[in-house]
Design a protein around this ligand. Sequence first.
Ligand SMILES: Cc1cc2nc3c(=O)[nH]c(=O)nc-3n(C[C@H](O)[C@H](O)[C@H](O)COP(=O)(O)OP(=O)(O)OC[C@H]3O[C@@H](n4cnc5c(N)ncnc54)[C@H](O)[C@@H]3O)c2cc1C
Length: 309
Amino acid sequence: MKDKIQKLVIIGGGPAGATASIYSSRYKVEHLVVSPYLGGVAKEAFSIENWPGIKNISGSDLMKNMWDHAKEYKPKTLEGEVKEIKKGNKHFALTTNEGKIIKTKSIIFAGGTQPRRLLIPGEDKLIGRGISYCATCDGAFFRNKVVVVIGGSNSATMAAIELSKQSKKVYIIYRGEKLKGEPIWVDRIKKYKNIEEIPTTNVVKILGKNKVEELELDKKHKKSKNLKVDGVFIEIGTIPSSGLVKKAGVEVDENGFIIIGSKGNTNIGGFFAAGDTTNGSGGFRQIVTSCAEGAVAARGVFEYLNENE
Ligand SMILES: Cc1cc2nc3c(=O)[nH]c(=O)nc-3n(C[C@H](O)[C@H](O)[C@H](O)COP(=O)(O)OP(=O)(O)OC[C@H]3O[C@@H](n4cnc5c(N)ncnc54)[C@H](O)[C@@H]3O)c2cc1C
């Protein structure tokens, strides 16, 4: 692999990367997919109810289906992370976490996003010791315990419902006056007796010696600013995984999302992007929009290679 120049490398194995792989295979654009794992953050969703054609499916099942489909065409895959991208005269050179150099004529960057941190005292120290950013991954550690979800978005609402099925008590703490998720999830949350909403409140500190013990709030809840909890799930949005592409000269917007044109193209010829990491689809970051952008970028690459090879 070291010396061969790839036609296309797809960076990221989430919905955007999987769809880009399916479409590229059908355009007969040989490609390599590089990702630490296949499935992306969609795997974390315990219930997906807006993927057209399927009323309800878990994120891990949906992503398994997508990759089973993509693998039918036998794309090359490499488990790893791209750490550096350099643009040469004729091709790009990618360096992986294991120091492997991969040369390629084109790239689809589909690196998605990462959870946004709260950046409050106690967060760094207690990550993995009661603080999590993924209810699906870590919810089972809090069976019959008291947990808090911080955030008022759709994923926060979904996380609270998911956790309520096994935890004794779930608080959902958010800054606004109301939850902001899809109305269907917001209505549903009211039906769970063990979920308690704490609106217009900020968590200012996470306390605990070796594990999470309590939260300090910026105002009293039931006569106290302190709330005893066993676990904290932080669901306050995401930031794009676009640091390394910015270093490579790819233009990003003020929030770090990659600026794409109508073909998934960026300001650099041969460099395309798709999915949650872009400013595309009106900023609506969903599985269906990520897949659509993956398909569009695959077609963009197909046309680019035809014009430039
Ligand atoms: C809990 C939860 C529930 C959700 N529920 C829904 C829902 O019900 N419906 C819906 O439509 N959407 C839902 N979403 C959102 C949806 O999952 C995302 O919109 C979608 O996964 C974005 O796809 P993507 O391919 O752009 O990125 P991602 O799924 O984030 O995948 C990106 C992949 O790229 C990899 N990567 C990043 N950087 C590099 C690098 N440098 N080198 C190699 N690989 C890299 C990452 O490891 C990851 O595997 C949910 C998200 C979460 C977290």
